[in-house]
Design a protein around this ligand. Structure first.
Ligand code: PMP
Length: 358
């Protein structure tokens, strides 16, 4: 078996040790005579997996005890709908920091069911940066932001200052990659398919305030309060995905938890940006102070060279390096599970490519 250097933006590379554990769990899980995917979601065996996933996420992120943790389906995109539905009573509205299309989609969903407005927008500038400070509109119920902008390779270094305003964070592409202050947030959500596991599971972290706000009379599938009452088991959850997430979190804890991940991620990002900055051949998309440690968006001097880079890289086992269609150029996603060796190899390939084509 040979594994490529996988730089996909998501679904993304998983730790090989986790993939092997998943493989082993399929025919006979923990000697129970049934495969992982064949177990009842209400069995004691799966319940232990489910609880362990929650406990690990709580430990890794330092989630306060009075916060709830759910593993739902529907991706981050469903949270774009559920958050305003649960947190905004008709007449209330939310502020948004527009740092890319994912926030724009979230804003559109808030406006569809309730109300929302952008208090900062990077759209005209091509979403090359995130703001260092913002001024809330006054009167909003919460402030929604995206911690890491997967497409443009920008990232907040810390949560925006918003006074007393509760924060709602889309952490789809950097959850568990560095320490965060969960207590400053009303809601945190993240699709699993970048840093937590396979697609089909969404981690949702809810403060007591958010649960208080949730009216409790929505469609049950969309209702935070009901979902928390049922521990995310109102209907059949993605049992396979939750087990995979639990194994990924065990791997994170084995590597030193959140500080271990942060050190590993900083080193990888530093190496790649150093290569981009070393000559004029490469240019980074993001402005320096907004650079992401998870998605490195860059380009060579021309679209033709970018295409040649992607093709040659692909032939040599470097996958997923084409930039998002809305930005073009190149993008290397270097999430938690991307091995430092893959970044090392990519940097070498970039130097070779530049020497041959530069
Ligand atoms: N938010 C961010 C920051 C993302 O990167 C993505 C997916 N790439 C989404 C939201 C949408 O996630 P999903 O496909 O899980 O709905």
């Amino acid at each position: 078996m040979s594994r490529a250097h996988n730089f996909s933006a998501g679904p993304a590379v998983l730790p090989l040790s986790v993939v092997e554990q998943l493989q082993a769990a399929l025919p006979d899980f923990q000697g129970c005579g049934m495969g992982l995917m064949e177990l009842s979601h209400r069995s004691a065996t799966f319940d232990a997996v489910h609880r362990s996933a929650e406990e690990r996420l709580r430990r890794i992120l330092g989630i306060p005890e009075d916060y709830a943790v759910l593993f739902l389906q529907g991706g981050a995109s469903l949270q774009f709908h559920m958050v305003p539905l649960n947190l905004l009573t008709p007449g209330e509205s939310a502020d948004f920091i527009l740092t890319g299309v994912w926030t724009k989609k979230a804003l559109a969903e808030a406006q569809r069911s309730r109300a929302g407005q952008a208090i900062w927008s990077g759209e005209e500038a091509g979403y090359t940066s995130v703001p260092q400070t913002v001024t809330p509109s006054g009167g909003a119920t919460y402030l929604h932001y995206t911690t890491n902008n997967t497409i443009y390779g920008t990232q907040f270094t810390q949560a925006p200052e918003a006074g007393e305003l509760p924060l709602v964070a889309d952490m789809s592409s950097d959850i568990c990659s560095r320490p965060i202050d969960v207590a400053r947030h009303g809601v945190i959500f993240a699709g699993a398919q970048k840093n937590l596991g396979p697609s089909g599971v969404t981690a949702v972290i809810l403060s007591p305030w958010a649960l208080e706000k949730a009216s409790g009379d929505l469609n049950p599938m969309l209702d935070y309060r009901l979902q928390v009452d049922k521990r995310g088991l109102f209907n059949t959850p993605n049992t396979f995905g939750i087990y995979a997430l639990e194994r990924v979190l065990a791997w994170v804890e084995d590597l030193g938890g959140i500080t271990g991940m942060a050190t590993r991620n900083q080193a990888k990002a530093h190496k790649l940006y150093a290569q981009i900055d070393s000559t004029d051949f490469w240019s980074g998309h993001a402005s320096l102070e907004s650079r992401s440690e998870m998605n490195v968006a860059f380009c060579s001097p021309s679209a033709d060279l970018d295409a040649a880079f992607v093709a040659q890289a692909d032939a040599e086992g470097f996958k997923g390096l084409k930039g998002h269609r809305s930005v073009g150029g190149l993008r290397a996603s270097i999430y938690n599970a991307c091995p430092p060796e893959s970044v090392e190899a990519l940097v070498g390939f970039m130097a070779d490519f530049e020497a041959r084509r530069g």
